[in-house]
Design a protein around this ligand. Structure first.
Ligand code: NAD
Length: 433
């Protein structure tokens, strides 16, 4: 099939590269010319494991191309995947201006049947607004079109694997014509494909994300209880997780959820419910618990070191999760900010996210960036761990200890085994144990 993907970000590039990998011909429309130039030369503007290789392979095989022109993208195929951003507005609702723009411009430019697919995460009944917009701006009102919802569930850091081997595919369609296109597109996927109406599909995405965020806040609350009561939250999570009704995933206590999805999607879901006259108090609490996590972590650091003024602290991990360079809404941002306000002097290290972090926290009197994890800890009086990159799990802790001024680790992600680290002479503090 021929497929057009609009938006060359985490979701658009993964969608484009993976469909091309499956043998389809894909054109990605990205409005930022610099990104398109980079992509044409086989380089990825974002870090996602395996993505650059997949882009290069499919460019070489001539199954994948890039353009800044939506017109070219619309001429290319009849299936248009909308993968643009839906960021948060100040009131918590989703900013749909990028989706509106694509719908409007598509309507103005289209000359034959198009299937517009919402892959971006959008509020319930956005498909109705997309349809209304297309209808309004369509030059020739007799041109047929469909609007469908096919939400994306991939996780950054394992996006390609998630896209190619999803747990399920959700498709919200209104016509047989649209359904047939999806049936052809997903015929080789070895997972349930659930066909619904578009509103239900839009809701499934939000319901899933908010449920996962709820699991994280739940375990974080349990972590606080464990710390006070002298129990071990990791074992509590294991004990709960073996129950198939619960599952172990998303039960890792830490400094809270972040990223470009959970924080904004939970907010948007609360707001959406409000628009329909419902108070989703449960999710408000999920959000409140999460917002407290960075503060709690910094309080812990303060309780260990007393005053942080002029103390040199090493920070390992800045991305909101491992295997990505994405720092959007990362807990590290608030933690670093709070530590700086306490007067600490920070040496930061992350395998992939330092370039992005530098834009928020430029190098200066209180902030330095280290070229590797060992240089970061030189002379530090504590090591703070904020992202569970595998590199950190494999660190030579003897070497770390020899480089530090004081052997103190405050682990915000429960990366290490307390008994092992303590046996090496560290004072070790983690979350909920
Ligand atoms: P992103 O910000 O990384 O990418 C969006 C891209 O769209 C940008 O490169 C932007 O320049 C481009 N764009 C915007 N308007 C355009 C236009 N008119 N024409 C062409 N390109 C345009 O965003 P993302 O992380 O890929 O997320 C996209 C959507 O998918 C969001 O709704 C998000 O909530 C959802 N989602 C994200 C993830 C994730 O893990 N990142 C997972 C599932 C769903």
């Amino acid at each position: 099939m021929k497929i057009t993907v609009v938006g060359g970000g985490y979701v658009g590039l993964t969608t484009g590269a993976c469909f091309a990998h499956l043998g389809h011909e894909v054109m990605v429309v990205e409005k930022v010319p610099q990104k398109v130039e980079l992509l044409k030369s086989g380089r990825s503007p974002i870090y996602e494991p395996g993505l650059e290789e997949l882009l290069q392979e499919n460019i070489r095989e001539k199954r994948l191309s890039f353009t800044t022109s939506l017109e070219e993208g619309l001429e290319f195929s009849q299936v248009i995947f909308i993968c643009v951003g839906t960021p948060q507005r100040v009131d918590g609702s989703a900013d749909l201006s990028q989706v509106e723009e694509v719908a409007r411009q598509t309507a103005r430019l289209m000359t034959s049947y198009k299937l517009l697919v919402e892959k971006s995460t959008v509020p319930i009944n956005t498909h109705k607004l997309v349809k209304k917009t297309v209808q309004r701006y369509l030059r020739d009102k007799s041109i047929p079109y469909d609007v469908a919802s096919n939400p994306e569930f991939l996780r950054e850091g394992s996006a390609i694997e998630d896209f190619l081997k999803p747990d399920r595919i959700v498709v919200g369609v209104e016509t047989e014509r649209a359904k047939e296109i999806f049936q052809e597109l997903y015929k080789d996927f070895d997972c349930p494909v659930i066909y619904t109406d578009p509103a239900t599909a839009e809701l499934i995405k939000h319901a899933s994300n908010s449920f996962l965020a709820m699991k994280i806040s739940y375990i974080n609350m349990l972590a606080d209880l464990c710390e006070r009561a002298g129990a071990d939250v990791k074992l509590v999570a294991d004990g709960m997780g073996y129950d198939r009704r619960i599952g172990r995933a998303f039960l890792n206590a830490g400094v809270g959820y972040g990223g470009s999805c959970f924080p904004k999607d939970v907010k948007a879901f609360i707001r959406m419910a409000q628009d329909y006259g419902l108070d989703f108090g449960l999710l408000k609490e999920v959000e409140r618990i999460n917002q407290e996590r960075p503060l709690r972590f910094v309080e812990k650091v303060k309780s260990v070191l007393w005053s942080l003024k002029d103390k040199k602290l090493a920070v390992w991990g800045l991305s909101f999760k491992p295997n990505t360079d994405d720092i959007r809404e990362a807990p590290s941002i608030r933690i670093v900010d709070l530590l700086l306000k306490e007067g600490a002097s920070l040496v930061l290290y992350d395998p992939k996210a330092m370039e992005n972090f530098r834009l928020l926290f430029p190098e200066g009197r209180q902030v330095r960036y280290a070229p590797d994890m060992y240089s970061a800890v030189e002379g530090a009086c504590a090591l703070l761990l904020l992202t569970e990159w595998e590199e950190f799990q494999r660190a030579d802790l003897r070497r770390v200890r020899s480089l530090m001024e004081l052997p103190i680790i405050v682990d915000g992600r429960n990366v290490f085994e307390p008994s092992q680290v303590r046996a090496l002479g560290f004072e070790y503090y983690s979350v909920g144990r």
